[in-house]
Design a protein around this ligand. Sequence first.
Ligand code: AMP
Ligand code: MG
Length: 409
Amino acid sequence: MIPLGEAQARVRSVVAPLPVVSVPIGAALGLVIAEQVTAAEAIPPFANTAMDGFAVRADDLAAANDESPVELPVVATVAAGAVAPRPLAEGEAMRIMTGAPIPDGADAVIMVELTDIAEPGPSGRDGERVRCRAAVPRGNHIRHAGDDLAAGTVVFEPGTTIHPAHIGVLASVGRVEVEVHRRPRVGVFSTGDELVVGANPLEPGQIRDSNRPQLLSLVAEAGAEPVDLGVLRDDHDEIDAALRAAVDSCDALVTSGGVSMGDFDFVKKVLSALGDLTWMQVAIKPAKPLAFGVMFDTPIFGLPGNPVSSAVSFELFARPALRMMMGRSDIERVHEMAIADEALGRSVDGKTHFQRVVATQESDGWHVRSAGGQGSHQLAALAAANGLAVLPDGHGAAAGDRVRVMLLS
Ligand code: AMP
Ligand code: MG
């Protein structure tokens, strides 16, 4: 058996960020920017009002209060997207809507809530007068040009991960596309003669293929593009042909099953014949066997078949590698120290154990308790868990002990 860190280092030594491409900003969520993005124009592009109300000159309202409001004629209405027909003169007000440009001559906005309409005009708002019940400081509710970003500002440096707000900023600086490291296309196969797809009835000896849907969604959750490549029989030639075809169209491949010591574990055999394969017995439980290889620059993760093992192996090997291919620096899950609220027992076997736990954040920090059965076939406990407690070789944790937990969500 080789230590986990050594196996991870072997994988990480052969993956690198994918080439840079230009993608529409709407398709860039989770990708990593590979250029310097600057704001060509000021944002906002012009001074505008933050409130619905009236554009005024602050001096005109200096004496206004509840008892003696100041009354001004309303000489125009400025909607968002429009501009005032003429400058505001002394002793005038213009009705103005949030986002509309501040008229020349105005230096403040009084919000509509501090005003009353004194005299509605006969036709619509003609001849309207507004009664202002408060004084306002100069600049009141005015958002200045360049308040958010001055023209020429560097907005994003290469290496920035794109979250929804980044997409908003890219749109606000007028970007339609952005240069990023390409999102990896990751093909996922299941292997096994016993596997049934979908809701078809189970014949004796058959089970349902749960790994493929689970791994496809783990790929998507990692930020990569999942490609469903179906189920392969335990047949040397079928697996050989499928892997050869898939490396052409995918940036990485994930398979499950067929990498252990069984007579029909062909994935391992095919991979060793095809490429530069390392078959590892990693000192972890679950997920001891891992076949990792590179074929024509395409990393291939031959994960074990047991459903929990394939998921844990994906977490420890494939997910960090896929994120490296995306150029992300946050390749690891978040780890926290937590108090074990109950014993998390294990046996001494030379391996690091990953136990499915429910982790909760309380006033004194993180706490964990077991999420259920810890067999590598017991997938329900993985669904109940939101973390994996990392238990070094030994007897596990007693209630009250501190343990490290890898948070899965
Ligand atoms: P293997 O690694 O192929 O020896 O498979 C180990 C165990 O995982 C066996 O009990 C398989 O039936 C089970 N298994 C393999 N592939 C899948 C799959 N896609 N979905 C659910 N269980 C699987
Ligand atoms: Mg199998």
